[in-house]
Design a protein around this ligand. Sequence first.
Ligand code: SF4
Length: 208
Amino acid sequence: MKLTPPALAYRYKDALYLNITSKCPTACEFCIKFSWDYQYRGNNLLLKKEPGVREILEAAGDLSTYSEIVFCGYGESTYRLEEMKEIARALKAKGAKKIRLNTIGLGNLICKRNIAPDLALFLDSVSVSLNTSDPETWVKVLHPLPEYREKGFESVCGFIRECAKVIPETYVTAVEGIEKDPKKFSALVESLGAKVRLRPYLDDYENS
Ligand code: SF4
């Protein structure tokens, strides 16, 4: 497969996705970046370096045809929380209708504080990929870096709880097939004040 230059912003359906980092605190077994070789529906998402705020905004371009803007590439956007704030502020000024973050939920451990109030300044929606109600399964399936193994699951649950207090929409996602007790998972998510969203496992490379 011939590699195209990295995409900093890419369309999927009627949303615009922003690819601001390739750095990740986990190596999730279900992550399509490994099987799809960092490609996503015709876009190369492997960043050689982290793009600047201006580069991201230039790549985003005209926002008028998008129903929402999503921070989501093949990395964890909260590593770049300060840049996210700047980007979001500029996007809102350019008329962005809705801003969402897709995250693995480790932002509080990454930034060493509760970042939900910061995110609430610019997010309309957050989607946290938790996948299981069982801390051991979380470690086994998500393969977090050593510094996140012990407190990761607990911290993600705390992050969800804090987001649900201050962000208009907080969803918690699970890739189908990982959680063996869906009722327990739903109960956990509801106890954190969020809503469950199941999503299918993607495997075959799609180039649509
Ligand atoms: S956090 Fe996202 S990008 Fe990182 S390994 Fe997991 S699924 Fe892939």
